[in-house]
Design a protein around this ligand. Structure first.
Ligand code: FES
Length: 119
């Protein structure tokens, strides 16, 4: 059995039902650009040496302002105001080159790496 590895999971609050953090049209544009880039750059290929990049559109990340809000795991970094023109820089700089775009980071809350299930 082959084991797939995951490098990142991107969760985007793009089209919240209650529209608390962003205009759903703006969020949808970001989501569509995120999907396009992940596919175009081969980040979701199962044989990617660095691991898969997973993406999920979620309804709320409990920030509820300055959206669209993007949460990047395993780094635990929340980005705010992630419009479709910003997502490309986040993917290239953070996801591919491992350097978060500090000026857009809203907060950072990483996993505890000493937890027994993460070792
Ligand atoms: S509605 Fe987007 S974070 Fe809550």
């Amino acid at each position: 059995m082959s084991v797939q590895r995951v490098s990142h999971h991107l969760l985007l609050c793009a089209t919240p039902i209650n529209a608390k953090c962003c205009n759903p049209e703006e969020g949808l544009a970001t989501w569509n650009e995120l999907k396009r880039l992940v596919k175009e750059l081969g980040l979701e290929k199962s044989d990617r040496p660095e691991g898969l990049v997973l993406r999920s559109k979620v309804d709320c990340l409990r920030i509820c302002e300055k959206g669209p809000v993007l949460l990047v795991w395993p780094d635990g970094i929340w980005y705010s105001d992630v419009t479709s023109d910003k997502i490309k820089k986040i993917i290239y700089q953070h996801i591919i080159n491992h350097k978060p775009v500090q000026q857009w980071v809203l907060k950072k809350l990483p996993f505890m790496t000493t937890h027994p299930t993460t070792n």
